[in-house]
Design a protein around this ligand. Structure first.
Ligand code: FCB
Length: 460
């Protein structure tokens, strides 16, 4: 196919750069009560009236639990190197502690073997938000014990799959679980309390560090890390009040996670801001959280613009806006990656999620989603620019392989590069998937050339 001129990336990436697509268990698997799976907090949250925009749930989703073979063939057809997926904790250990569910574990065994058989590297995430509901009944992430249950879960999965998965990510986006799940309450478990959110954040970070220590102690060979949702945070104007608000927001979104992980301390300005709501920290916690990581995953969708006067209106920027209402701002990704590299001793970085929801039109078996292609291509170029400026970038993964259950937005927002007809479960690659496939072909051709010494990485 011909590419829109503006989407041809001028960048060349290192031959070992990993290209992938990403999904998560709750958003695609369905089979919510099958083969012994327990309920997750998202199963419960979907039952709360008004919680999900289209009143939907994850009972069937993309029916991936039954269609995984077809989906793996689809992934292979794109020519990617890697597939990022998550394990559903309540599918493999329904109550969060106690008995393991062998049928659930066997599903992930098949999935991992199926990926390897197709030459695709498995990138596994342990916690993409679907905490067992049973653990929520005991306080969930606000309760310190959950961190210890998580370590057991991590150990069980590593013992079963660690010989075959390339990376194990502890948590996907702790900020989202803590803040959207426990402070604004728009995500599961729907708690609205700032102190509880701060405790949840601390226990998520603690469980990450403890899990890393435990997995290394058991000789796990997979590379270990975490995935954060990060953005550059910019003031709406140059006024001191906006700049102060942006600094604090940067503290809450980025430094609250990056500082403990890489500097073993919470940022002083955010601690001061939280006051009595700051989480109780026990001796040894911060050292545990700062356990060395083999990689850091960054999920990037847009920048954050902060105004002291109230929410900033993204439509005022003149940039395209996605169907989520998020401003398209690819240069923010370069800025963010440079900043992480400058301010922290980061290990190799992956963009573990990047993509856009757009109002797709399915017409005669085709989705002409050039807005999504443009989004992906310009963000890939932004990663190339970060690489050129010396950031240790190791990979890039599109969110998402499939249209899927977009949390509180339900099925109305489509992020897939592959269209899903939820009536028939038919998958149709959108033009963006065809573009990605062609792009990867060209990258592979360059790799061949690099192997014979003809080219090396160059920025454009
Ligand atoms: C991220 C989530 C992912 C998906 C995208 C759009 O915050 O990790 O599951 O919903 O946003």
């Amino acid at each position: 196919m011909t590419l829109p001129a503006s989407t041809a990336s001028p960048h060349r990436f290192p031959p070992d750069f990993v290209w992938g697509v990403a999904t998560s268990a709750f958003q695609i698997e369905g089979a919510a009560t099958e083969d012994g799976k327990g309920a997750s907090i998202w199963d419960s949250f979907c039952r709360v009236p008004g919680a999900i925009a289209d009143a939907s749930n994850g009972d069937v989703a993309c029916d991936h639990y039954h269609r995984w073979r077809e989906d793996l063939d689809l992934i292979a057809s794109l020519g990617v190197d890697a597939y990022r997926f998550s394990v559903s904790w309540p599918r493999v250990r329904p109550g969060g502690s106690g008995a393991w569910n062998d049928k659930g574990l066997a599903f992930y065994d098949r999935l991992v073997d199926g990926l390897l058989a197709r030459g695709i590297k498995p990138y596994l995430t342990l916690n993409h938000w679907d905490l067992p509901a049973e653990l929520q009944a005991h306080g969930g992430w606000a309760h310190r014990d959950t961190a210890h249950r998580f370590v057991e879960y991590a150990q069980g999965i590593a013992a079963r799959l660690g010989d075959r998965v390339v990376t194990i990510t502890t948590h996907n986006e702790p900020w989202v679980m803590a803040v959207l799940g426990h402070e604004t309450g728009i995500f599961a478990p729907g708690v609205k309390d700032r102190a509880t959110a701060a405790q949840a954040a601390h226990h998520l970070l603690l469980s990450h560090g403890l899990a890393l220590q435990a997995l290394r102690a058991q000789g796990c060979k997979s590379r270990l890390g975490i995935v954060l949702n990060l953005s550059p945070v910019q003031p709406a104007t140059d006024n001191e009040s906006d700049r102060a608000a942006a600094r604090l927001e940067d503290g809450k979104l980025l430094r609250w996670y990056m500082d403990p992980l890489f500097k073993a301390a919470y940022p002083a300005d955010v601690l001061e801001h939280l006051g009595a709501d700051a989480p109780p920290v026990r001796p040894g916690d911060m050292a545990a959280i700062a356990a060395p990581m083999d990689f850091l995953g960054v999920n990037y969708y847009s920048r954050a613009v902060v105004s002291a006067a109230g929410p900033w209106d993204a439509t005022t920027s003149g940039r395209p806006i996605t169907d989520m209402g998020w401003e398209v701002y690819p240069e923010g990704l370069t800025e963010l990656l440079l900043r992480l590299h400058r301010d922290y001793a980061v290990p190799p970085l992956y963009v573990t999620e990047n993509g856009g929801a757009f109002k797709d039109v399915f017409d005669s078996g085709r989705v002409d989603d050039r807005d999504r292609t443009e989004y992906i291509a310009t963000h890939i170029a932004a990663v190339g620019e970060a690489l050129r400026q010396g950031v240790p970038m190791a990979g890039y993964m599109v969110w998402s392989l499939l249209d899927n259950f977009e949390w509180a937005s339900g099925y109305a927002k489509r992020f897939g590069i592959v269209h899903v007809d939820y009536q028939t479960q038919r998958r149709t690659p959108k033009d963006s998937a065809l573009w990605y496939r062609e792009f990867l072909k060209s990258q592979n051709a360059l790799r061949g050339a690099t192997r014979t010494g003809a080219t090396s990485f160059q920025g454009g």
